[in-house]
Design a protein around this ligand. Structure first.
Ligand code: PLP
Length: 454
């Protein structure tokens, strides 16, 4: 039987990312066979609401035939060509124009990669190249935050601020300083207000810049609203303060919008929602709804000019990938963005986001729920062993894992980041879908509470 043969072949051949291998061998995979709007369907025919958009990435749902058609048409015409050494093709150019049009006004230039990790590696190399060209090679360090997720390659994984991604790999491997995660509930001090917390974090950032020496700090990178670390919205004024410090000390500001981009936070870009203007913006995931792998960095004319003017002095920007600006991926991206605009999906995300946040907020009284947080169509519900003291469950991850498991049984896919249960549904969700996600979250948490008591 097919389902058994796929499951068997899986456990005898594949090493899965972020998976307990021995447990996986015992339990076997959940084999997803089909997509249908906001749902995915497994081999037994069971339907799940995909409340995580896959990996925070499928804006238009799992069965958008226009993307299939765009890919097929481009496959027919020019399935592949590269963009090295002045080669070009229309899909990469049209999408670049679109990205420049859609991003903040100061961002005028595009570089393509296939993944968010490669995009952030490219950011690092772009900035280092620029500083080498400017004769200040010592200006190399990146400022990032604890709990940030910027990818998983050796360099982008170094920017990531999750100890689990560093431990066992001897990372960070590039000079990076991680600052406090801007999450009041977990990192605020006893009695601290949001404003006091914000002021403390900004002081920490400035003290760090001064202690390290501004002449050694190249860039600050952050997700406007943090994603994989547990969905954290920073305090009011935080991003304005960070932006001011970057300007004061000549530090480039990088907005990692791999999750935040294209309406996820309720605004077009996370940086617009948070009210700051980056020098470099990184996008991926919802760019193609992840039907094809594609990422892009969009950056300022000033950065471009330094690189362009120094091509001969330094030997050219010797960086790029076989699939940089892949024509099929770019054609799918263009069609995906057309759908997002035509169908008003960013506006829908803002509207449905309010309903989602309001619905989840009602779970805040549950004895297991420590905090409900989020903005737009991205949220998390953090479970705690003790509401009053915020004491987490021990060992961390188990109760969250139960909610995840019970979710599957109830027909919904969440993601547990430790004991924070994340929700990030496709931008096409309806009121009914949102209400269903909230209802099933409540059921899964109730069942986890029964399990924890037993
Ligand atoms: N940056 C952010 C904010 C992300 O959330 C991710 C992936 O989740 C990445 C970068 C890395 O992207 P990829 O998995 O495509 O390498």
């Amino acid at each position: 039987e097919l389902s058994n043969s796929v499951a068997h072949a899986d456990i005898t051949t594949i090493l899965h990312p972020y998976t307990d291998a021995r447990m996986h061998e015992q339990k076997g995979p959940l084999v997803i066979e089909k997509g249908d709007g906001v749902h995915v369907i497994d081999q037994s025919g069971k339907r799940y609401i995909e409340a995580m958009s896959g990996l925070w990435s499928v804006a238009v749902g799992f069965s958008q035939t226009r993307l299939r058609d765009a890919a097929a048409a481009q496959m027919e015409k020019l399935p592949y060509y590269h963009t090295f050494a002045s080669k070009s093709h229309e899909p990469s150019v049209r999408l670049a124009e679109k990205l420049v049009e859609m991003t903040p006004e100061n961002l005028t230039r595009v570089f393509y990669t296939s993944s968010g990790s490669e995009a952030n590696d490219t950011v690092i190399k772009l900035v280092w190249y620029m500083n080498n060209a400017l004769g200040r090679p010592q200006k190399k360090k990146f400022l990032a935050r604890n709990k940030a997720y910027h990818g998983i390659t050796i360099a982008s994984g170094s920017l990531t601020g999750l100890p689990g991604n560093h431990r066992d790999f001897d990372l960070p491997a590039i000079p990076v300083v991680h600052l406090t995660c801007p999450h009041l509930y977990r990192f605020g001090q006893e009695g601290e207000t949001e404003a006091q917390f914000c002021a403390r974090l900004l002081k920490e950032a400035e003290d760090t810049i001064l202690a390290e020496g501004p002449e050694t700090i190249a860039a600050f990178i952050g997700e406007p609203v943090m994603g994989a670390g547990g969905v954290m919205v920073p305090p009011e004024g935080y991003w304005q303060g960070i932006e001011a410090l970057c300007r004061k000390y000549d530090i480039l500001l990088v907005s990692d919008e791999v999750i935040n981009g294209f309406g996820r936070t309720g605004a077009r870009w996370g940086c617009e929602k948070m009210g700051f203007t980056p020098d470099i913006l990184v996008t991926s995931k919802q760019l193609t709804s992840s039907y094809m792998p594609l990422a892009a960095i969009v950056f300022s004319e000033d950065i471009y000019n330094v690189i362009a003017d120094n091509t001969h002095k330094l030997g050219g920007f010797g960086h790029g990938f076989t699939a940089s600006g892949h024509p099929v991926a770019c054609a799918v991206g263009l069609e995906n963005l057309a759908i997002i605009e035509e169908q008003g999906l960013m506006e829908n995300a803002a509207k449905m986001g309010e309903r989602l946040q309001a619905g989840l907020a009602k779970l805040a009284d549950h004895p297991l729920v420590g905090e409900v947080r989020g903005t737009g169509l991205i949220a998390a519900v953090e479970l705690v062993a003790d509401k009053a003291t915020k004491r987490p469950f021990d060992p961390v991850g188990k109760v969250g894992g139960k909610v995840f498991e019970y979710g599957h049984e109830e027909g919904v896919i969440f993601r547990n980041l430790g004991d924070s249960i994340a929700v990030c549904p496709p931008l096409i969700v309806t009121e009914h879908d949102v209400d269903e996600i909230v209802r099933l979250m409540g059921i899964a948490i109730d069942r986890a509470a029964d399990w924890a008591r037993a």
